[in-house]
Design a protein around this ligand. Structure first.
Ligand SMILES: NC(=O)c1ccc[n+]([C@@H]2O[C@H](COP(=O)([O-])OP(=O)(O)OC[C@H]3O[C@@H](n4cnc5c(N)ncnc54)[C@H](O)[C@@H]3O)[C@@H](O)[C@H]2O)c1
Length: 329
């Protein structure tokens, strides 16, 4: 299939582009490079530097590249910033996404795969998180993703859009050949921060909260390898043939991992100490968030290659070793 990967120069999108190629599809990338890296996309892949909210650019790509399906990874995703600057998030994550969907429908492209998030659940009433739990986001970031999930349902009903929305837990790791990996700026994710603290590229890691009701007192999260995530996106293609299909899947390993366990994994893999200091809890950090991905496994045949933290960290470490400065462009 010809697949437009919106946000394909970003962390998860660029890994998905690789997996699409490996599966025999033809990816085309649209990214305005506000955060992504041109070098994360191989030169042989058609690349458009543009904004997803620009109907002229998107319309032209859909027609010229004969796009069959759109995957949408492009969003702003800093929870704290979404609280202080919500309009920025509503404009990019909601308004621009609605423009993208409008352009798709006007060009007759009706298959859509969307990056949603476990943040749509807010503080869930039980663990692990199944798809049917109530969604009550506690920050504008999570709300913008839920707004699009709801818009997708309405568009499926009204216009026959077929979509899958994947609610990721904590995307982690890097490509097995260590040629692409995670390089956010600013970086807010635990594994790259822990690796950089170990190598001395960043100050000691801050561990927020040590008195949570968890085995070691630090927060539990669900780290899922970026290539495992990507493979789920491709496995859903066959399910989108029927117009009006709407699918939701939680994607995580289901293995709760504490902050201290991540630190331990980084130390084991790197052979270095991770300097860290304990800090106050952050507002809005639930003690534990982990997925029940039984639905993705049974319906999509999704198989998780990286079930535990250490091999995930090993891929991240290899990427950081090979590219200590991240991408050059
Ligand atoms: N990283 C995670 O752990 C995680 C967890 C849950 C959900 N998600 C979601 O997954 C998606 C991808 O996350 P990521 O970590 O790869 O982020 P990222 O910032 O690395 O990638 C997003 C890409 O989208 C591009 N972009 C942003 N706005 C754009 C616009 N208006 N037009 C064109 N391009 C635009 C950026 O330049 C960037 O390359 C996001 O939607 C995020 O909300 C990520």
């Amino acid at each position: 299939m010809n697949v437009l990967v919106v946000g394909g120069a970003g962390y998860i999108g660029s890994h998905c582009v690789r997996q699409l190629q490996a599966a025999g599809h033809r990816p085309v990338v649209l990214d305005n490079l506000v955060f992504g890296h041109r070098a994360a996309v191989a030169p042989d892949i058609p690349f458009y530097d543009g904004d997803l909210g620009d109907p002229d650019t998107v319309g032209q790509i859909l027609i010229e590249e004969k796009i069959d399906l759109v995957m949408h990874f492009a969003a702003f995703a800093y929870v704290g910033e979404s609280v202080t600057d919500p309009l920025k998030y509503y404009f990019n994550n909601v308004v621009a996404t609605l423009r993208l969907l409008e352009t798709m429908l006007s060009e007759g492209v009706t298959k859509f795969v969307f990056s949603s998030t476990c943040a749509t659940f807010g503080i869930p009433e039980r663990m692990p998180i199944t798809e049917d739990l109530p969604q009550a986001p506690i920050n504008p970031y999570g709300q913008t993703k839920l707004d699009i999930e709801n818009a997708l349902k309405a568009l499926a009903h009204a216009h026959g859009l077929s979509f899958a929305a994947f609610r990721y837990f904590n995307a982690a790791g890097a490509a097995e050949d260590a040629t692409i990996g995670e390089a956010h700026d600013p970086e807010s994710h635990l594994i790259p921060l822990a690796i950089d603290a170990a190598t001395g590229r960043r100050p000691p890691l801050k561990v927020f909260g040590q008195d949570y009701p968890t085995p070691d007192g630090t927060c539990l999260r669900d780290y899922v390898h970026v290539d495992d995530l990507s493979r789920a996106h491709i496995a859903v293609f066959d399910k989108l043939d029927e117009p009006g299909t709407g699918l939701f899947y939680n994607l995580g390993t289901g293995t709760p991992t504490s902050v201290l366990e991540v630190i331990e994994a980084v130390e084991k893999v790197s052979g270095l100490k991770v300097p860290y200091e304990m800090a106050e809890r952050r507002a809005g950090d639930p003690p534990a968030l982990y997925a029940d991905s039984a639905k993705a496994k049974s319906e999509l045949g999704w198989e998780i290659k990286y079930q535990t933290i250490e091999p995930i960290v090993a891929t991240a470490w290899a990427w950081h070793q090979a590219h200590p400065e991240g991408f050059q462009e």
